[in-house]
Write a protein that binds this ligand. Structure first.
Ligand code: HEM
Length: 215
């Protein structure tokens, strides 16, 4: 039962986040190029990127954070039920015991009063030391929920998404299928899939040929 829950909660969430991230990179080739530059400088092309490299790849982390901001996989988290009467914002709101609560993370993370150009993909907004400190901005987000029932797989998700996306950027040249931008329409449901599943062209990078042949 526990393993089933982990698989159910951990697979689509991580794979859809990778899909949204790759779609954003294809629509923003300058970001893709910058991510490749960072990986080439830190990891190089004589070995594959590994989990321990992630700590030295801050721009890749910014890309994943910005993806989770724009396309949180659970846009309303999971439904929660208030177990007692709650007073929120100094009495502005009273949530009665038993009320079903849905948190609109999607709108919070695109709120124009909280974010500059909320509908633009700008991973740099999370860089430490640029403008308002990037680290502080992360506090305004909750793609994994918050509190006692927040996602217990967050640490694993960061590592899985980081290694998978990082390897895709390190090993392959990526291009869109045509001149058109990738369709970023959002599907509905408990999780938020792409309406049009991502299709892209990729080719092994020559520099990575030797390594890829050995796999
Ligand atoms: C990018 C990847 C992921 C995202 C965005 C994500 C997000 C979330 C969110 C928003 C919730 C609901 C939190 C709430 O209602 O307050 C949740 C719950 C949960 N997640 Fe994740 N998750 C991800 C990956 C994973 C992974 C890899 C695992 C484990 C292998 C996992 C296991 C769970 C479990 C078991 C719950 C239910 C927790 C509970 O009800 O107490 N998740 N996740």
């Amino acid at each position: 039962m526990i393993v089933q829950s982990l698989l159910q909660a951990g697979t689509d969430t991580s794979s859809s986040t990778i899909e949204w991230a790759m779609a954003l990179l294809l629509n923003n080739p300058h970001v893709l190029a910058k991510a490749k530059e960072e990986i080439d400088a830190v990891v190089g092309t004589s070995r594959l990127l590994e989990e321990h490299d992630l700590a030295c790849l801050p721009y890749l982390r910014c890309i994943i954070t910005e993806t989770l901001r724009m396309y949180p996989i659970a846009p309303h988290l999971a439904p929660h039920q208030a177990s007692s009467d709650c007073v929120v914002a100094g009495g502005q709101y009273i949530i009665a015991c038993g009320t079903m609560v849905l948190v609109d993370v999607y709108s919070m993370q695109r709120d124009p009063t909280m974010w500059d150009e909320p509908n633009r993909f700008i991973p740099e907004r999370f860089e430490v030391g640029i403008g308002e400190d990037g680290d502080k901005q992360v506090v305004r987000m909750m793609p994994f929920g918050m509190g006692r029932r927040k996602c217990p797989g967050e640490g694993l998700a960061w590592r899985t998404v980081g290694v998978a996306l990082g390897l895709m950027v390190q090993c392959f040249r990526w291009e869109r299928m045509g001149k058109e931008e990738v369709d970023m329409s959002e599907g509905s449901g408990f999780t938020m899939p792409m309406v049009v599943p991502l299709v892209a062209m990729c080719q092994p990078r020559e520099e990575m040929d030797e390594i890829l042949k050995r796999i």
